[in-house]
Design a binder for this molecule. Structure first.
Ligand code: AMP
Length: 361
């Protein structure tokens, strides 16, 4: 396969193999979209019960830092992508010369909340006020400067509200015991709504956006995504898109990028980005002319991007979390519902088991 600057010089023809790092539901939905276009997928993940591997041609179960396994995996692939943003970056060099798309720079930036916030502010974006916290003294100083309420977050590896502690008053800090993990303290953003901008960028720099969904989180986990978003959000989408496009260009990004924002009375405040397909874009499978999963596959294979336009008057995506999944027969009894179950064996509190998309035609 001819490559230039780590990007496809020509399209990767159907029939070739796409490597996916990470074995969860995002990989599963990517693989289903890839299969529709005639590609085979090979999943690489450390866990033995990969729900992505269940729908893929091949599965390598190995540690993220297994140089030999990464090299053998890459040898089977025309391109490698990822569905999990906390893949350790160093060992990915063993994938060369097979390209990794989006490139590793997006992982480096997205894996550390501090690096990410500096990156965003350097691009002219607005984030919550933040301060680095390595010690209790840092935390005291951060709460004094930024004020409370605020949220203390681990810099790395937090997701779905994990690795976050809300600090409601400055007094609460007295009782804190820090574990030595690098942290960041964020001022609480007074938002009227949360929304995401999901874009797909091709290797020749073409960018398409899906309609922005208004997202409601419960306990730090996405509960629903609704399109169209409320007027308060719609008024801020253009400015948020402009920042998201700047991020994608600065990263030389190829594929789907998701950026989460708070809608505030001072405009959109950037919360975080995910250099991958995103839960708040699951509605695009039935609700858009081309889904985020299909366009990601098209982008990394050098194919023209599909139209992301809304295919209904409105769409609501609801996550099935923990025991919600037991309602599946009732969900299917309404013909407007599209049910997606991820095939996870055990329902645990907070675990995403599937989602339901409801179209308003
Ligand atoms: P995160 O993992 O950083 O996306 O946080 C999960 C959820 O917590 C967000 O979607 C918000 O609902 C809430 N949250 C996180 N950071 C802030 C903040 N600085 N101000 C207000 N709410 C926040």
């Amino acid at each position: 396969m001819p490559w230039r600057n780590g990007q496809p010089d020509a399209m990767i023809p159907p029939g070739e193999t796409i490597g996916i790092l990470g074995g969860g539901q995002l990989g599963r939905m990517l693989a289903l979209a890839a299969a529709q276009l005639g590609y085979r997928c090979h999943v690489y993940a450390p866990e033995h019960d990969s729900i992505a591997a269940d729908v893929c041609a091949q599965f390598t179960r190995a540690a993220w830092d297994d140089a030999g396994a990464l090299a053998r995996f890459a040898a089977d692939c025309a391109v490698v992508t990822y569905e999990f943003e906390n893949v350790p970056v160093g060992p990915l060099a063993h994938l060369a010369p097979v390209p990794l798309l989006p490139a590793a720079k997006a992982l480096e930036v997205g894996q550390d909340r501090l690096t990410e916030k500096h990156f965003i502010t350097n691009l002219g974006g607005t984030t919550a006020p933040f301060a680095v916290v390595d010690t209790l003294e840092d935390l005291v100083a951060a709460v004094e400067t930024i004020g409370a309420p605020g949220i203390l977050k681990t810099r790395r590896e937090g997701y779905d509200g994990k690795g976050q502690w809300r600090i409601m008053t400055a007094h609460e800090v007295d009782g804190f015991v820090l574990t030595g993990q690098p942290l960041v303290y964020e001022g609480f953003v007074n938002f009227s709504a949360e929304f995401s901008v999901i874009l797909c960028r091709s290797s020749d720099g073409n960018v398409v956006f899906w309609d922005s969904a208004e997202n409601v989180h419960k306990g730090g986990i996405l509960a629903t995504s609704t399109v169209p978003a409320s007027a308060a959000v719609l008024a801020q989408v253009a400015s948020a898109r402009e920042l998201a496009a700047r991020i994608a260009t600065a990263l030389g990004y190829v594929g789907v990028l998701a950026c989460e924002f708070f809608a505030t009375d001072k405009g959109p405040v950037f919360n975080e980005m995910a250099p991958r397909v995103h839960n708040s874009g699951h509605w695009t499978i039935e609700g858009a002319l081309t889904s985020q999963f299909e366009n990601h596959i098209r982008a990394i294979c050098g194919l023209p991007l599909g139209d992301p336009a809304l295919a209904a008057t409105g769409v609501e995506m609801k996550n099935l979390i923990g025991d919600d999944v037991h309602d599946w027969a009732q969900i299917l009894s309404d013909p407007a519902n599209h049910l997606h179950l991820y095939g996870k064996a055990a329902a645990r509190p907070g675990r995403k088991m599937g989602h339901v998309t409801r179209l308003v035609l």
